[in-house]
Structure formats: C-alpha cells, structure tokens
Design a protein around this ligand. Structure first.
Ligand code: PGA
Length: 234
C-alpha cells in the first residue's frame, strides 16, 4: 500500500473538500489517501480518505493562545499530522528540536507524524544535502521506535516551483533516509517524496526504490490533477 498525501496549506474551502472527497471515493484506490487540510476541515474524514493536520503545538495543553494540541486534532477525527514542513520552519522558526517534541506528543495522542526533511538551495549548492538530511533525522525523530512514523523528503528549493531533483538525486536521498532511520532502530516507517509532484512525474518517482508515496502540495488542490495522481500510483 502506498501513501498519497495532499497538503492544502492555507487553501481550499468546504465546497472543494466535498468535491474532492466524492471524486476520491469514486476512484476507490487501494492506496492510502490522506488530506492534510486547515484545522476547520479536519472532522471530514471518511472510511476512504483520512485527514491530517499541518502542525500541532509543542505543548500538550495550557495558555498558548492560537495554538492547537495533538489531542484536539485527534478528537477532530484526524489521524496524521505534518511536522517540520519547510514553511513552518521558515515562517515560525520551527527547529528540529521542536519537531522532535511534537512528534513525541503526536504519537502519545494517537497521531502518526509525517516528518519533513529537506535541504535549502544554498545547502544543496554547497554539497550539504546528505549531511543536512541525516542531521535533521537524528535530531527530530521521536523516541518510540516501534510506532509507525512517516518521513517525507521535501527538497526546500523545489517546493511549489514546478521543479524536482533528478531521479538519481531522489533515489540517493531516499536510500540515505532508509539506511539512517533503520540504523536508528525504527521498525515501522515509510518514506515519501514531496515537492512539485504532478500527474506526469508521479509514476517515475513512485518507481524509485524506497519511495513509498508522495506528499503533494499545489496539485492536491486541483481535483483533476490530484485524481490523476491517485490513478497513476499503482
Ligand atoms: P508542492 O508542495 O507540491 O506545491 O511543491 C509540496 C509541499 O509543500 O508539501
């Protein structure tokens, strides 16, 4: 079973969600489709489409105005949460240590964390991709080794730009993630690729070793494109 995860960011509305849920349901994919939508839509999960949040607090509860806890997300019906997305890292100064704290809390409250790692353009140009990814994994993965976690390789320079690394580069990073996570002792994990996934590149990306699914931003907001991606993932 593969994962096809849409990240709506701060986009979409209930009408689009309804249309998307209907279209996905009709496709009846054997793969796991998850929509990571704004908090106000999290209760819309179905038997076929699971919901995920795009962030949670580093705290379990308390006087943190404007934040949302893992428990609240779980109670809304969502079962997944994206952590460490580059936009949260950039606009909210989220660190690997924050991601580590959130990942532990997510697991405590029954959410599967989708932990994003990826290099910036500058790090890539300096040949630091592998180092940054490995470092990020070591600092941000949760303590519990036997609960399911999902890791997404999201090259930061490629997100939302319509460009992707070469397939060789994606393969190299996925092998590194697989080897690192395994050597750290995690028993149940999947590795997704995310950044500029489209209907016409998803098949090739999915054919690469250690790619268990895709995390889709822009194309997950266009019904026809997202359905084509779902159809193209065999
Ligand atoms: P993109 O976004 O597919 O629009 O590049 C991916 C993401 O931000 O997860």
């Amino acid at each position: 079973m593969k994962y096809i995860i849409g990240n709506w960011k701060m986009n979409g509305n209930k009408q689009l969600l309804l249309e998307m849920l209907n279209a996905i349901t009709q496709k009846n994919s054997k793969n796991q489709v998850i929509l990571c939508v704004p908090y106000t839509m999290l209760q819309s999960g179905t038997d076929i489409v699971s919901m995920g949040a795009q962030n949670i607090s580093t705290h379990e509860f308390g006087p943190y105005t404007g934040e949302i806890s893992a428990e609240m997300v779980y109670e809304s019906g969502a079962r997944y949460v994206i952590l460490g997305h580059s936009e949260v890292r950039e606009y909210h100064n989220e660190s690997d240590s924050d991601v580590y704290t959130k990942a532990n809390i997510a697991l405590k409250y029954g959410l599967t964390p989708i932990i994003c790692v990826g290099e910036t353009a500058q790090e890539r140009d300096q040949g630091l991709t592998q180092k940054i990814i490995e470092q990020s994994l070591r600092k941000s993965l949760p303590d519990c080794l036997d609960k399911k976690i999902i890791i997404a390789y999201e090259p930061r320079w490629a997100i939302g730009r319509g460009i992707t690394p070469s397939y060789d580069d994606i393969s190299r990073v996925h092998l590194l993630i697989h080897t690192t996570v395994k050597s750290l002792g995690y028993q149940d994990f999947n590795i997704l690729y995310g950044a500029s996934v489209k209907p016409d590149n998803v098949m090739e990306i999915m054919s690469l070793k250690y790619v268990d699914g895709v995390l889709v931003g822009g194309a997950s907001l266009k019904k026809d494109e997202f359905i084509s991606i779902i159809t193209n993932v065999k």
